[in-house]
Design a protein around this ligand. Structure first.
Ligand code: SF4
Length: 370
């Protein structure tokens, strides 16, 4: 008999409350599931932070529009293409183009043309992570060759979301994710761990919402207060127990067996060797920074970000050594989602459970027959 939403939430909470002595067993369970479903090869996705210009003012973010201490930049399409042409040599078969959210007709068109050029001139898969857009813009980018899109929902608590994001709502964010899914784009989302105001119950709902969304990729990372933001003095909700970040990661894996889960950079910022630990506790993807060295200090979403003094070539070498020290190999090929074949998806999402109404207070998928 399938479990009910309340039973699932109870189970997630039980795992999140795992006491220190039992955590190694939880980590081993998550690692074994990761190995069984996704193997030991680690797909590399090279991130190019191509612009730190953003129109929004998310309270936690170091490059928010109101932060006048940031030197703003935007790489030209030719600069980005020059990086993309080197990435296959670095065994990075996906380029992740990430920027602040700064929609403009010209900028969005240029991005489409860039995707087309990358797909024509390199063997790379293309992931975009540039924020909320209308469905027709996502559709145009998909037609240009975009394979994947990352858009974190950050928190499943609509009230908390509104407090943190003065420029948008959780409903809008989830609408974007739904549009991407319906367009057949491999869709990634995720959340922050320990944002001020978060409770363990919210964290449990974050994990359940990831499963509800049936995501292809899930990125999570600890909230780290940035000194130039309104949350500068707000500690992480789990500051007293940083290992909980990994407990959450392991639980996320147990509830999302087939999703690609990256060992995000923020784990390194809070715990030495954090990304290595993440790869041993449920994560299966690594995202080396392939942004040119001279721009890295200008893309600090949070402080203590690792690798800001390196360049892309150094990071490319470093990751191979890190993986080999863990007994893991570099993934070959594009590292697409294992959940479903590429191509358009039905508007109706099979396998959706009835959790969302419970978590969000509204029906996330009104068109789905249950
Ligand atoms: S989190 Fe993203 S959208 Fe929000 S301020 Fe930072 S760059 Fe802009």
């Amino acid at each position: 008999m399938p479990s009910t939403p309340n039973q699932d939430r109870d189970e997630v909470l039980r795992l999140l409350r795992t006491v220190a002595a039992d955590r190694p067993a939880l980590f081993q369970r998550a690692d074994a599931l990761r190995r069984a479903r996704l193997g030991d090869a680690v797909p590399l996705r090279g991130i190019v932070e191509f612009s730190n210009i953003c129109a929004n003012n998310c309270l936690y973010c170091g490059i928010r529009a109101a932060n006048t201490r940031v030197r703003r930049y935007r790489l030209s399409p030719d600069e980005i293409l020059a990086i993309a042409r080197r990435m296959a040599d670095w065994q990075q078969m996906t380029i992740v183009l990430q920027s602040g959210e700064a929609p403009s007709a010209d900028g969005d068109r240029t991005l489409g043309e860039l995707i087309r050029r990358i797909k024509k001139e390199t063997p790379l898969a293309v992931t975009l992570s540039v924020g909320n857009r209308p469905r027709d813009v996502y559709a145009r980018w998909r037609d240009c060759g975009m394979d994947r899109y990352l858009l974190r929902f950050e928190t499943s608590d609509a009230r908390l979301f509104a407090q943190l994001h003065p420029d948008g709502t959780l409903v809008e964010r989830l609408d974007c994710l739904r549009a991407l899914r319906a367009l057949g784009v491999q869709t990634g989302s995720g959340f922050m761990l320990g944002v001020p105001g978060e409770t363990l119950a919210v964290l449990a709902d974050n994990i359940l919402l990831c499963r509800e969304l049936d995501l292809d990729m899930i990125g999570i990372g600890p909230f780290i207060p940035h000194p130039d933001t309104p949350l500068a003095a707000a500690p992480n909700a789990y500051a007293a127990d940083p290992e909980l970040f990994f407990v959450a990661l392991a639980t996320l894996r147990l509830f999302n067996s087939d999703a690609h889960i990256p060992a995000t950079t923020a784990f390194d910022a809070v715990v030495s060797g954090g990304r290595d630990l993440a790869l041993q506790r449920g994560a299966n993807v690594f995202m080396p920074n392939s942004t040119p060295g001279e721009y890295r200090k200008d893309y600090l979403l949070y402080p203590n970000k690792p690798c800001v003094d390196e360049d892309a070539g150094q990071c490319a070498q470093c990751v191979v050594l890190r993986l080999s020290a863990l007994g893991r190999t570099v993934g070959q090929g594009p590292g697409h989602s294992i959940k479903r074949p590429a191509g358009p998806r039905p508007e109706r999402w099979p396998g959706v459970t009835a959790v969302s109404e419970d978590i969000l207070g509204f029906d996330l998928f009104p068109e789905v027959e249950r």
